[in-house]
Design a protein around this ligand. Structure first.
Ligand SMILES: [Zn+2]
Length: 347
């Protein structure tokens, strides 16, 4: 191919978004006009289990690979957005206690943002994966009006992630720990049954959102209780981890026990959103995670239950939107790219 053909954005510039996960990196390119140059999942092995050095090389491979795929010259790239699972500081220093994906001791306190910046010779903008997905949901929903709007996103997965976006930017907090929505404690009245034990979270809290609205919450708290109410349920004979993962399939078929569990999750998220309504009064409430991939009738029921469980004032009801986070698998890399684009524009 000749040079003219190889240049997709000849008069402009672009950023790269890299989403680092436990097994794979996912990459995208976002040009200065706000257009994503990749419309599908582009992955390579993340090699995080091999330690930081291998993982940074794998991220550099993802960077080179996505430029080749989109035929974007490296000279057009002004910045790179990076997101990883937490806990990490606002600047991408992995927790000194390690993290689920970064449990090898060489990861403890490792500055993954700084290491990638040094490796690529380009500015790297960091977000945790929940914040990146929240930023993507916000920008996808509001488009050109993103900077004039606010939102809160709850992403249900192994844990409960998400983020708070104010005036188009992620709220990071003094220590980088803002938007840890999973560990917000919620009133449990109306969520739990009268004889149901108070759920516990791995963080040490009782009755926070993650202790109910996460796969871990199902496994540790909700399912063990609900199986005592449905002792004949087919999942009663399964190991609890397998049963927890299988539960969504039952809910999609309107199984009574599964709907009871997911109903409690939706109510817990509604309690969280009620706190958000009184805290930052966002324009939009986004819901993401595995539920987005579920059968349409189930995910609509889940979103409706969240909305019905969120207590808004009439003035808020008139302006608030409830929506699902789009493009679940690409939300991290795309949000990371949006953050990089915003950083370049902000100078
Ligand atoms: Zn917690």
């Amino acid at each position: 191919m000749d040079q003219a053909e190889s240049v997709r954005t000849p008069s402009s510039w672009a950023v790269v978004g890299l989403d680092n996960g436990g097994t794979c990196n996912n990459a995208t390119v976002l040009d200065a006009t706000g257009q994503f140059l990749v419309d599908h999942l582009v992955e390579n092995p993340s090699r995080v289990l091999d330690g930081p050095e291998s993982a940074v090389e794998a991220l550099a491979d993802a960077f080179t690979g996505i430029l080749e795929l989109t035929r974007t010259p490296r000279s057009l790239i002004r910045a790179v957005g990076l997101d990883t699972p937490g806990p990490a500081s606002a600047n991408g220093v992995i927790s000194s206690k390690g993290a689920t994906n970064f449990n090898h001791v060489s990861w403890h306190g490792f500055d993954i943002r700084g290491a990638l910046e040094a490796r690529l010779g380009l500015p790297v903008v960091y977000n945790n994966d929940g914040n990146a997905a929240a930023l993507y949901a916000h920008h996808q929903h509001f488009g050109a009006a993103a900077a004039a709007n606010s939102s809160v996103s709850a992403i249900v997965g192994t844990g409960l992630g998400g983020g708070v976006v104010e005036a188009g930017a992620v709220v990071r907090g003094a220590a980088g720990m803002a938007g840890e929505l999973g560990h917000v404690q919620i009133p449990l009245h109306g969520v739990l049954e009268d004889d149901q034990p108070v759920p516990r979270c791995n963080c040490g809290f009782e009755g926070d959102v993650e202790s109910v609205a996460s796969l871990t919450g199902i496994k540790n708290n909700l399912l063990p209780y609900w199986l005592t109410r449905f002792p004949e349920h087919p999942l009663a004979s399964e190991p609890i981890s397998a049963a927890a993962k299988a539960l969504r399939g039952y809910a999609e078929k309107d199984d009574a026990m599964a709907l009871a569990v997911f109903g409690q999750q939706a109510k817990a998220i509604g309690k969280l959103f009620t706190i958000a309504a009184n805290f930052t009064d966002p324009a939009a409430y986004f819901l993401g995670g595995g539920v987005v991939e579920a059968a349409p009738h189930f995910r609509q029921w889940f979103l409706n239950t969240v909305r019905e469980s969120t207590s808004l004032r009439d003035e808020q009801k008139a302006v608030a939107t409830f929506a699902l986070v789009p493009d679940r698998d690409m939300a991290g890399s795309r949000g990371a790219a949006v953050a990089a684009l915003n950083a370049v524009i902000a100078g």
